[in-house]
Design a protein around this ligand. Structure first.
Ligand code: UDX
Length: 428
């Protein structure tokens, strides 16, 4: 089929590349000229395993093109995907301006009957509102389908090529059939529901996973008080298939472009509909506090951080991505700088993005070992393989004071190197 994808961020680019990979002709459109110029040169706007190679292969095969012209993209396609950003507005509501702008342009450009598939994470009722607009403003038949995306950064291509499920929310039998056929080559169970349920499945899934993390972090904090080990507790819990092992890793909380935004978005959608989401609000509050656990543990060691040098190992919100959006590192490093400490930071790919978020007395280092040189303490914030496999003995040997706060429980408590190190982790 001929497809147009509006937006070349994580969701849009991955959708475009994977849809081309299974044989469709895809035009991916973004309004940022530089991004499109780079994509046309084969330079990816995101750090994502496998996407560059798959993208170039499909461009060479003539199935994938990039453009800044929404009109051209829309006119040349049967199905238009909306995959633009829906960032949080300052009051916690979902900022829909990019989705609204995409609808405006489709209305202006449309030249035939089309199906519009919404992949952006949007409040419940958005499909209905979009459908109403197209019905009122377009002389062609436009059928709007909700099809939320569940990809994880770092494994986006794998998630899209082999989905657990494909959720399709539509009131139209015809549109459901077309979208269902389009996604069939990827496999996964297709969940065909009304648009409102489809839109809510996305928020409810992300908020549930975020809640699972906050739950284990709350248990971790209790473990510290009662002398239990959260890893043992999580293992024992996870063997019950009703609970499951995943997303029970205690640490310094969740960050990234989705969990913080979508938990807040769900609370806000619920409030607008007269519901009070107490559990999700609790998960948000726990996470806000948890993100500062490393800093707090460090402050217990050094009530006065003036003149101290602190190594920060890992800046991205998780390994495998260059994304630092709402990463715990931002709040922790800002607090350290505010208290008068100097920071020696290491991250294999996130430095460029981090520099745009935080400025100050920060030295960027090429390795975790180098970051630890002459530091008074080290905070481990992201469990990168390079950090997991670092020369721990060499690194602590080169530190001025041997204080290590491990926010991701990377090192084994039995590690003999940790003898003589003041080592703090989460819930152990
Ligand atoms: C998430 C969802 O997993 C995905 O389905 C959705 O489409 C988008 O949001 P992503 O933001 O890429 O994906 O990251 P994810 O791997 O889910 O991790 C989110 C955060 O939770 C990270 O900061 C990670 O460090 C943290 N996390 C995850 C934990 O602290 N403990 C865990 O056990 C799992």
């Amino acid at each position: 089929m001929n497809l147009c994808v509006l937006g070349a961020g994580y969701v849009g680019l991955t959708s475009a590349v994977c849809m081309a990979e299974i044989g469709n002709n895809v035009t991916c459109v973004d309004t940022v000229q530089e991004k499109i110029d780079n994509l046309n040169k084969g330079v990816m706007p995101v750090f994502e395993a496998g996407i560059g190679e798959m993208c170039r292969r499909n461009m060479d095969a003539g199935r994938l093109a990039f453009s800044t012209s929404i009109e051209e993209g829309v006119r040349g396609s049967d199905v238009v995907f909306i995959a633009v950003g829906t960032p949080p507005a300052p009051n916690g509501d979902v900022d829909m301006s990019q989705v609204d702008a995409a609808v405006d342009t489709i209305v202006r450009a449309i030249n035939a009957d089309k199906i519009v598939v919404n992949k952006s994470t949007v409040p419940v009722g958005t499909q209905a509102a979009m459908q109403k607009r197209f019905d009122a403003e377009s002389s062609y038949r436009v059928e709007v389908v909700s099809c939320p995306e569940f990809l994880q950064e770092g494994t986006a291509v794998k998630n899209m090529m082999h989905p657990d499920r494909v959720v399709i929310g539509s009131d139209s039998g015809h549109a459901t059939e077309v979208v269902s056929e389009l996604f069939k080559p990827f496999g996964g169970e297709q969940v065909i529901v009304d648009p409102q349920s489809s839109e809510l499945i996305k928020y409810a899934s992300n908020a549930f996973l975020a809640t699972k993390i906050s739950y284990i972090n709350e248990i971790a904090n209790l473990c510290e008080r009662v002398g239990a080990n959260v890893e043992h507790v999580a293992y024992g819990m996870g063997l019950d298939p009703r609970i499951g092992k995943q997303f029970l890793r205690a640490g310094i909380g969740f960050g990234g472009a989705c969990f913080p935004k979508d938990t807040q978005g769900l609370v806000s959608i619920a409030r607008q509909n007269g519901c009070d989401m107490k559990i999700v609000q609790g998960a948000i509050d726990i996470n806000t506090a948890q993100q500062m656990r490393c800093y707090e543990k460090l402050r217990d060691v050094y009530p006065d951080l003036r003149g101290k040098t602190i190594a920060v190992l890992g800046l991205t919100f998780k390994p495998g991505t260059d994304d630092v959006r709402l990463a715990p590192s931002i709040r922790n490093v800002k607090a350290l700088l505010q208290d008068g400490a100097s920071v020696r930071a290491y991250d294999p790919v996130g430095v460029g993005n981090f520099k745009r978020e935080v400025q100050g007395d920060i030295t960027y280092c090429d390795s975790p070992e180098q970051a630890c040189e002459n530091a008074d303490a080290a905070l481990l914030l992201t469990e990168w393989p390079q950090v997991r496999s670092m020369d721990l003995a060499g690194a602590v040997g080169a530190m001025r004071e041997k204080v290590l706060v491990d926010g991701r429980n990377v090192f084994a408590l039995e590690d003999t190197v940790l003898k003589g190190v003041r080592y703090y982790s989460i819930g152990r």
